[in-house]
Design a protein around this ligand. Structure first.
Ligand code: NOJ
Length: 570
């Protein structure tokens, strides 16, 4: 069992008890934002599927954990072809998650606890059941509604070939041919993801108007911000040119694509920013933008655009000191000129949890299908989190990582719901493994996820999760949950942690990285040993926290075990 030092009293959450509009400014420059995946967080009605009432009831847990804000993945009306990222009505809550009053109540309760709330906005595509798309299908070629999507005639003698060679992120062509109202095979429509997710045509003014109105709808309800899904995809290159290569997925994130990261997307965000700024309380946008470089990512967070963008380059960095140091430098250098905070993230609902990624040999891949060495993975995951929380800027925590949950790599195929699992050669076919409902308490499934009234949870939980529940880990100073609580409490209280735009690198033995952060009221040192043997260095200050065993001090030196991160105050 590993140990760490626990700070007993939790400082008040930032802004706790203050009305939203009067809270400290710049909160998002250092916020720790917790991602709730509504299907899998807490199930109040016992149907095996998480819901808004469940989340509401568990908000005190998040306050006590010490996070500043909660981001909820989509809970809008949706046929669930892509777990809610296929929205059929942007202003309605899907009955499986509750109703609008639950969303309003959730925001209200969160604010009363000093937590902010970020919702997910899905502007690149909707559901094929959205009324605009259904009307477009009914009205046929050339109709006004078809212009709100990308409908095109096919190539080939009878239009039997897709209009261009773009491939869907979920595998297969990015085009599907429709049957026209008269029963003939007709036009094709573009869907960068599943066929049930037609892409909007953002050149059309009605699309832009509609999304401005949707923003206001949720802002009026009191939401503190939006995570923008596929923020890099809204604008497509003029004329929808062929890419000229197959296996386009391999290029994602490394190359310029005619459907991703086009300069035109920035006009959209410039038009959104004034809307958000009209509302009190410093509301924010965070971009899900997969771009080839952190410099391209920085374009999304220029001062008249979005506030934050996820740092996927960091997420994809293996647990190797030199590589981590490089990505931290690149990130901070890229963000400094635009004045945006860096963000740090290790897990989310689209990637293999970091406890499992780090249980496998070092890789930049974000989808891993093997369980690997669980104990090693957990040890590294804890160390990686403690490192992440020491870096300047804002950090994201994905539900369940605070329990040290691994991915469930052995889900039976029959229960898998990820749409790309069922489409050959898709990118992310194994995303169900990180979406299994989290364990709260008790010795058997569903481990307090909900009352068992209506069958098992939507994805089965492994037997081994009894040991990982919130109940079991609470109060155990060696648990991952208490490590997160301690780390977040120290981060909130230490003047040199949180916001900032630089770190001062210190000499460190091979396999380790070390940096100092300085503030007028106190300095801080973090050392992460990513190697497989202990490293020795001069004692830097007063020990605050370790992700593993307490380091041994002798003769002015301290020994940091393998795969361990340690914090000191100076
Ligand atoms: C990114 C989301 O995080 C993912 O879950 C979804 O499948 C795609 N965007 C499409 O909306």
């Amino acid at each position: 069992m590993t140990q760490h030092l626990v700070v007993p009293a939790r400082p008040a959450a930032r802004g706790e008890g203050e009305p939203n509009a009067q809270r400290r400014t710049g909160w998002w420059r250092e916020a720790v934002i917790y991602q709730v995946y509504p299907r899998s967080f807490a199930d109040a009605n016992g149907d095996g599927m998480g819901d808004l009432a469940g989340i509401r009831a568990r908000l005190p847990y998040l306050r006590d954990l010490g996070v500043d804000a909660v981001w909820l993945s989509p809970f809008y009306a949706s046929p669930q072809a892509d777990a809610g990222y296929d929205v059929s009505d942007y202003r309605r809550v899907d009955p499986m998650f509750g109703e609008l009053a639950d969303a309003a109540g959730l925001i209200e309760d969160a604010h009363a606890l000093g937590l902010r709330v970020v919702f997910d906005l899905v502007p690149n595509h909707c559901s094929d059941q959205h009324e605009w798309f259904q009307q477009a299908l009914r009205e046929g070629p050339g109709s006004a509604l078809r212009k709100r999507f990308h409908f095109r005639a096919g190539q080939g003698e009878n239009g039997e070939l897709p209009p261009n060679d773009w491939e869907s992120i979920f595998g297969g062509p990015a085009w599907t041919r429709v049957t026209e109202p008269d029963g003939t095979a007709g036009e094709w429509y573009l869907h960068l993801f599943a066929p049930e997710q037609p892409d909007f045509n953002w050149e059309h003014p009605a699309v832009a108007d509609e999304f401005r109105s949707i923003l206001r709808f949720w802002l009026d309800l009191g939401v503190d911000g939006f995570r923008i899904d596929v923020a890099h995809g809204l604008v497509k290159a003029e004329g929808l040119p062929d890419l000229g290569v197959h296996d386009q997925l391999k290029l994602l994130g490394n190359d310029t694509m005619p459907f991703f990261d086009q300069d035109g997307v920035h006009e959209i965000y410039r038009s959104w920013r004034p809307i958000l700024d009209e509302y009190p309380g410093e509301r924010i946008f965070v971009a899900e933008a997969w771009t080839p470089t952190v410099d391209r990512t920085a374009n999304y967070v220029r001062s008249d655009e979005l506030h934050q963008a996820f740092n996927f380059q960091y997420l994809a960095t293996p647990w190797v000191a030199e590589k981590l140091r490089d990505v931290v430098d690149l990130t901070l250098e890229a963000m400094r000129p635009v004045g945006a905070p860096a963000t740090w993230v290790l897990s989310n609902h689209d990637v293999t949890r970091h406890a499992t990624r780090f249980a496998n040999p070092p890789t930049e891949a974000t989808q891993i299908r093997t369980a690997g060495d669980r104990a090693l993975g957990l040890r590294r995951a804890r160390a990686a989190t403690v490192l992440m929380l020491a870096l300047p800027g804002s950090a994201y925590v994905y539900q369940g990582e605070e329990l040290g949950l691994p991915d469930v790599t052995d889900l039976p195929d029959a229960v898998r719901q990820d749409p790309s699992f069922h489409r050959a050669s898709g990118q992310d076919g194994f995303r169900d493994g990180c979406r299994v409902p989290i364990p709260w308490s008790g010795g058997e499934a569903p481990y307090g996820f909900g009352p068992v009234t209506d069958g098992p949870s939507w994805l089965p939980q492994p037997d081994s999760w009894a040991e990982l529940s919130v109940e079991v880990q609470t109060g155990d100073p060696t648990s991952t949950l208490e490590l997160y609580r301690s780390a977040l409490a120290i981060r909130a209280a230490h003047p040199a942690l949180g916001a900032g735009d630089g770190v001062e690198w210190l000499d460190a033995p091979a396999g380790a990285l070390a940096f100092r952060r300085t503030h007028a009221d106190g300095a801080f040192v973090c050392v992460a040993n990513t190697g497989s043997s202990p490293v020795r260095l001069p004692v830097p200050g007063r020990l605050l926290l370790t992700s593993g065993e307490e380091p041994v001090e002798s003769g002015g030196e301290i020994v940091i075990p393998a795969d361990t991160t340690v914090w000191w105050s100076l």
